[in-house]
Design a binder for this molecule. Sequence first.
Ligand code: SF4
Ligand code: SF4
Length: 314
Amino acid sequence: MANLYLTHHCNRGCPFCFARKVLAKRKDSNEILTVEEITKLLDHYHNSFGAIGLLGGEPFLYPHLAEVVNLLHERHIICKIFTSATNPLPKGIEELPASVEYMNFVVNVGERKTYNDEQFRNLEHFFEKFHQVSALSFTIFDLNADPTFLFDMIDKYGLNRAIRTGIALPIYQGGNSYIMPDEYKKAGEYFIKCVDQAAARQITMNMDCGFQACMFDDAQRGHLLRNGTRLEFSCGAAIDIGPGLQTWNCFPLFQLGYVNAMDADNEQDLTKLLQEQVAKEIGNEFGVRPECKTCEFMLHHQCQGGCRSFKSIK
Ligand code: SF4
Ligand code: SF4
């Protein structure tokens, strides 16, 4: 899957945000990924993307969101919009049917205290309208946070009953807040606590990239499986394509350099170019713990050894 990075603007400011450095550097810039660039990209790749993520910054602050959604729809590409939904619904999106089948949302949420009244009103309005096509995204960051608000939101608005769960990962060479490697066991216990509470309310929690198999013992991994969590210990994200069709591996590694999306003819070749770019800086090896080299999970391709951004963190 490819993500289109639409705009540098965002007014939420999550401390763990992957894009924090880019956003800070370019916050006064009106640079955007233009509709013309997106059209050129889709033409070049013969509309071969099955699904495309739309992200930023905040996609609701991108001036042509409805136009891009329509463009993708015309080309039979489903889009997934990653948003905090704390801004008013953009014109043209508000008017779409609530059960629209070619667009869905992943909504990054936090506790009530992280919103001002206006942001929360916008979020509630959004959920009232698009609950049928919305799922929550939650990042493990504060290991004392009470996750109940997630399950309450799902029940109150009738949202999708699977939560995409990330673990706060470092940007290459730092710049955001993240879970330290020596806190991973504790983070694993916290995740299990969340999964148990979710399961009691018929909700599942799935894993995004960066989780490590050794965060959990055998019994804990079995417990997660029994409660519906898909075990995924991967380091490999969607390709991110931004203004000028500059393309990078994933946000945490964006400083390792770009390639241009027009330099490849298909998604596979583009991924290869990006892997070569990353390897020039941090090598080909996966695994950020010393024990990864001989770990059975790594040997059996069950764990990719955590987020490679840690390789730049002393
Ligand atoms: S380096 Fe790997 S684990 Fe870290 S964000 Fe990128 S794809 Fe995910
Ligand atoms: S590969 Fe590395 S991170 Fe994954 S389980 Fe083994 S030691 Fe842990």
